[in-house]
Design a binder for this molecule. Structure first.
Ligand code: SF4
Length: 277
């Protein structure tokens, strides 16, 4: 959460969860996590299986395991607290530039920009007059421009960051920007220049039939089996990983990938699958 009074640890967990998952889905899971594991040490002491079950349907479950590694690294620091320094945050497992700057800004009021996809789109449109074409990471130019726009104090910068994120999420949306309701409309270059189209169209994220969908189904089966103390056989896992119309190798490939990622372990010569203990 990005409100006052939320601990740095709770902020870090929220930002990791909300990076690839919509906030309405994150909120209830985050609340359960914070009640159950209010400190890094508490999450560090849980079993990976418990953590994966509690991750529920947030997707990309490798994030849950990295978050636990991060919790253990923080708990091992003197004092066991989330660091405030950007470089120290970036040195934690699973913490990239977005999460580090979000924690530094929201939890510690460090004067740093927080560049998520929404903010990058708003700034590209309003300042450059161009439609945003996502690249993997913000460029140095983007970062420099965002820094130059920050208010002078860290507290005001945190409010600015939250405001831009919300503007991008609710008003300056990718598909249907509501320029008539936008407080930046008067100075927005993209609007003034007639809302030019992007030279590169962002690719839509497909889901049905993908390995991601099949992985999600296997993880849901294993979470359910773990919760109810049941065994999952490889045959059962292969069945749920087989999607209608998928290629014949997909289900096997998905299981191999989950094992390689440490999300699933094999037992009894590979005939039984389970979450890591
Ligand atoms: S005026 Fe339109 S394009 Fe410009 S920042 Fe506002 S919503 Fe986005």
């Amino acid at each position: 959460m990005r409100d006052e009074g939320v601990s740095p640890w709770a902020t870090l967990v929220f930002e990791v969860m909300s990076q690839q998952t919509p906030i309405p889905r994150v909120q209830p899971v985050w609340q359960v996590w914070m009640e159950r594991w209010p400190t890094p040490a508490a999450l560090g002491a849980a079993s990976p299986a418990e953590v994966l079950v509690a991750w529920d349907h947030l997707g990309y479950p490798s994030r849950a395991l990295r978050l636990q590694q991060c919790a253990r690294a923080i708990a091992a620091r003197p004092g066991g607290q989330v660091p405030a320094d950007l470089e120290e945050l970036l040195a934690l497992p699973g913490v990239g530039p977005y999460t580090a700057s979000a924690v530094a800004s929201f939890a510690y009021h460090r004067r740093v920009p927080v560049l998520d996809t929404n903010v990058r789109r708003v700034l590209a449109r309003a300042c450059d007059g161009t439609e945003f074409a996502p690249s993997s990471a913000p460029s140095r130019t983007e970062r420099g421009r965002a820094e130059s726009l920050l208010p002078q104090t860290g507290e005001a910068a945190a409010e600015w960051n939250v405001a831009l994120m919300e503007l991008g999420a609710l008003v300056c949306t990718q598909r249907a920007p509501r320029c008539g309701e936008c407080p930046l409309a008067q100075g927005c270059r993209w609007l003034t220049e007639g809302r030019p189209a992007a030279s590169v169209r962002p690719r839509g994220q497909s889901w049905a039939g993908t390995d991601r969908q099949a992985r999600g189904r296997v993880m849901a089966l294993l979470r359910d089996s773990h919760t109810h103390g049941r065994q999952t056989t490889r045959e059962q896992a292969l069945r749920v990983a087989t999607l209608p119309g998928s290629d014949s190798e997909q289900a096997g490939r998905v299981l191999v990938g989950l094992v390689a990622d440490g999300l699933v372990v094999e037992r009894d010569e590979g005939t039984v699958l389970e979450l890591p203990s």
